[in-house]
Design a protein around this ligand. Structure first.
Ligand code: IVH
Length: 666
């Protein structure tokens, strides 16, 4: 390679890596795999070294991802570094040799942890209170996303130990695979763009401007490092993890100190084999020197510590061919294109189909029938097409075009301007009928045991039911002629249907399948209106007075109740004895009757849950944002914008002490 060729290749690699960094960190939408990234990075480093061409702004020196502009920037007092990656046992042996050579001895052990595939977050606690939550950004400066971080249940607002001093916690925010799949399904049903994998969903969520939406997303957090600002005690990594747990943070149970490298190798093999048994995604393991003093001795490069290394598992991808593209009709009529694949083994299962999400996605990736594609399991369960890998010389199939009519019922398809999905609006369209009933019976809704996809399919095709209300009119006699349905299972199913009549009002509301009404909104509607009549008669304005309800949801709820067919369904549910009224909470007094409270900041002794329960026990209500209808703002330490708003609106601000006085003085 000549000097000129080297310069050209360096420029090319830097461009690609910068683009990849931007896609990963800013857009939370990666354009290449980690392995591909690392290979390019290594090549860049090698050429830069050979020709002495490294510059401080090269991606080989700088950690990806500049901080974004929409959040306040925050300097990290201790940089948030990255980790060097290894991909084979031999590379791990090299790391071990390097470390032992630098230290001049092998008198240490390794702490091995899983590598959680999410987004790094830094937390700062002052005297035990959460003061800051920040992203990594470029490693030196990140985004201050404290309001979003405060909504994550795994992250305590107060530590169990309130002793003075400044503590920094480092860890990973992520989503469990099931939660991710459920959230994506709901988004797809609602015609919203879906996230490619749990990591993107986490990163995308934490960069939202509205903490209320963040609060509704299932973000989890594992802590993996503890730093003390004042004095750094000589603690092992193992002790730090235990301490984090004692402080009230979540620490992953899969962690182990290993005396020898051999032990580390065996553990990696075991964890690689078990990688799909966890509820969350892991892309490898992290091997860290356990003893703090040796870590300090080894120090770090510009990008990564010398005392730790990541061992990445093989990415679970495979190449196969798309036979054809078919269309699936969802519960709310959303049309989802699906790639029918040549069956291929992937992460322990045979993959035959992969979702293509929507027309825009197909166009963006230019996916056509007959293409060879790279498929991957996103969230480990839903196979996705990563990209087309058809060789250039191979003739391609015809570009995909969306039909104008529903493939199932022939009705015309529509697409709303702000949505990505096409939709069939015929509510009698058979797959929609089936999935509405499946949704009604599902776990978070009426939870009818035994009423799965196949039974619903049979019941609908035998014309035994056309709506979920028909379920309550079924008898054992209707069921026994069905395939694989004996007297006993028929009896069990009828019992399960009948028992579902006791499910509380909010479950029924969710089960109705009103667009945009998920479990949280259903709970708020049930609590806010108390019974179905009040809800049926609520105007859009009255609906939006409820915290979690914006104009879009209010409009959808109104649309649902404006349809006489839906009102008739509700009348029939009422007739069958379903719960269409919220249970009255047992109250011990009514001193707070008709009073609305908002809670903010950290209270000195009560948790939020305890304070809310106390208020409700005495007839009061709590909501999450301050408005002119708020009677009291119960404010603790570090109350922010809510306090300002309350003061502006003249809402009475009370302390925990005052709340307890009010209760005692009755
Ligand atoms: S320790 C100095 N431990 O992986 C950096 N990191 O690829 C020390 N990660 O930025 C990081 N699981 O966000 C550590 N058990 C674990 C981890 C972990 C996931 C992430 C972390 C880091 C990235 C580097």
């Amino acid at each position: 390679m000549t000097q000129q060729e080297a310069e050209a290749r360096i420029n090319e690699l830097r461009d690609i890596l910068n683009q990849a960094n931007e896609a990963y960190y800013q857009k939370a939408d990666p354009i290449m795999s980690d392995r591909e990234f690392d290979e390019k990075l290594r090549e860049l480093l090698e050429i830069e070294m050979e020709f002495d061409l490294q510059t401080p702004d090269s991606p080989s020196v700088r950690i990806g991802g500049r901080p974004t502009k929409t959040f306040p920037n925050v300097q990290h007092p201790v940089p948030m570094l990255s980790l060097d990656n290894t991909y084979s046992p031999e590379e791990l042996d090299d790391f071990d040799r390097r470390v032992k050579k630098l230290l001049g001895h092998s008198d240490f052990d390794y702490m091995v942890e899983l590598k959680y595939d999410g987004m790094a977050l830094r937390l700062r606690y002052e005297d035990g209170k959460l003061r800051l939550g920040a992203t990594r950004g470029d490693g030196t400066t990140g985004d201050d996303i404290t309001p979003n971080i405060r909504t994550i249940e795994d992250i305590p607002l107060k530590l169990a130990d309130q002793s003075s001093g400044i503590i920094e916690v480092r860890g990973e925010a992520f989503m469990n695979i099931d939660d991710f799949a459920r959230m994506n399904q709901q988004r797809a049903d609602e015609g919203l763009p879906v996230f490619a994998n749990p990591r993107n969903a986490t990163a995308g969520t934490l960069k939202l401007q509205d903490p209320k939406i963040v609060a509704q997303r299932p973000i989890r957090y594992f802590a993996y490092d503890l730093l003390f600002e004042d004095e750094e005690p000589d603690m092992t990594q193992e002790q730090k993890l235990n301490k984090l747990e004692d402080l009230g943070l979540q620490v992953c149970e899969h962690r182990k100190a290993c005396r020898t490298l051999e032990e580390v190798h065996r553990l990696i093999e075991k964890w690689d084999a078990e990688r799909h048994s966890h509820p969350f995604e892991t892309d490898g393991v992290v091997i860290k020197i356990n003893q703090e003093r040796y870590r300090n001795e080894l120090g770090q490069t510009a990008k990564a510590p010398r005392w730790a290394i990541a061992y990445k598992f093989e990415a679970e991808q495979a190449v196969t061919t798309i036979d054809k593209i078919t269309l699936q009709v969802g519960r709310l009529g959303t049309i989802t294109p699906v790639a029918e694949l040549d069956p291929v083994e992937l992460a322990g299962t045979t993959v035959k189909r992969a979702t293509l999400h929507n027309e825009d996605e197909i166009r963006r990736k230019d996916i056509r029938p007959g293409d060879q594609v790279l498929v991957e399991k996103a969230g480990e369960i839903i196979p996705q097409v990563v990209k087309v890998v058809t060789p250039e010389e191979t003739p391609r199939g015809k570009e995909f075009t969306m039909p104008e009519t529903c493939p199932e019922c022939g009705s015309e398809l529509i697409k709303l301007p702000e949505e990505v999905a096409w939709r069939c609006v015929n509510i009698e369209c058979p797959p929609q009928v089936r999935s509405r009933i499946e949704h009604f019976a599902s776990r978070d809704a009426m939870d009818i045991d035994g009423l799965g996809e196949q039974i619903v399919d049979q019941l609908v095709s035998e014309n035994l039911i056309t709506t979920y209300t028909d379920l309550y009119e079924l008898s054992i006699k209707d069921l026994t002629p069905l395939e694989r349905m004996g007297e006993k299972s028929a009896g069990n199913l009828i019992n399960a249907i009948s028992e579902s009549k006791n499910k509380p009002f909010d479950r029924v509301l969710f089960a109705l399948g009103i667009r945009f009404v998920g479990t949280t909104v259903a709970r708020d509607l049930a609590g806010g209106f108390g019974n179905i009549e009040a809800l049926v008669n609520a105007s859009e304005e009255e609906l939006t007075a409820i915290d979690s309800i914006g104009p879009k949801i209010a409009q959808s709820v109104r649309l649902y109740f404006d349809d006489p067919k839906n009102l008739e369904l509700i009348e029939r549910l009422k007739h069958h004895g379903l719960q269409l009224e919220a249970e009255k909470k047992e109250t011990t007094s009514s001193i707070f009757e008709d009073k609305t409270f908002v809670l903010t900041g950290a209270l000195p002794s009560l948790t939020r849950k305890q304070a809310t329960e106390m208020i409700e026990e005495h007839g009061g209500k709590t909501t999450s944002s301050v408005s002119k209808n708020t009677d009291y703002l119960l404010a603790g330490d570090s109350a922010g914008s809510k306090l300002e708003k309350a003061q502006k609106l003249g809402v009475e601000v009370i302390s925990e002490e005052r709340l307890l006085e009010m209760l005692n003085s009755q």
